[in-house]
Design a protein around this ligand. Structure first.
Ligand code: MG
Length: 158
């Protein structure tokens, strides 16, 4: 049985924060604001696999009120979510991710992101699609106020 999950996340771009996306440190003058390391790619994929397994959402397992997750590595959150769905009898098969970011251009990071996300999902890198696009200057992404990410993932019952 194959099940599909969807995930979405957005974070504000602010000065004085590292810009972590898909487990990569992006060279830029701003970074993503958030309680954890604010890796919106990892968060969207986490929600996608949890949703596919009918296992709630990222806020259920990593509540912002809990200081334990402050500046936490979101790749580790993704790994913990994957371990959780493994216990429920599911394993990820593939994920597809679209990042919407006006600046900087993310093309050079896509392969490394795919390798990092695939490593946490326990799938080959070619089972993780990463697309990066701009929002053509429109809306909060277009104005450079933040970054948005969509992800879908499929899981199969063991
Ligand atoms: Mg988030």
């Amino acid at each position: 049985m194959t099940r599909v999950g969807i995930g979405y996340d957005s974070h504000r771009l602010v000065p004085g924060r590292p810009f972590i996306l898909g487990g990569q440190r992006i060279a830029f003058e701003k970074g993503l604001e958030g309680h954890s390391d604010a890796d919106a790619v990892a968060h969207a994929v986490t929600d996608a696999i949890l949703g596919a397994a009918g296992a709630g959402d990222i806020g259920t397992y990593f509540p912002e009120a809990d200081p334990k997750w402050k500046d936490f590595d979101s790749l580790v959150m993704l790994r913990m979510a994957r371990e959780h769905i493994n216990q429920l009898g599911y394993h990820p098969v593939q994920a597809d991710i679209t990042i919407i970011c006006e600046r900087p251009r993310l093309g050079v990071y896509k392969q490394a992101m795919a390798v990092a996300i695939a490593g946490e999902l326990g799938v080959p890198p070619d089972a993780v699609g990463i697309k990066a696009k701009t929002n053509e200057g429109m809306g909060f992404v277009g104005r450079g106020e933040g970054v948005a990410v969509f992800a879908v993932a499929t899981v199969e019952a063991r």
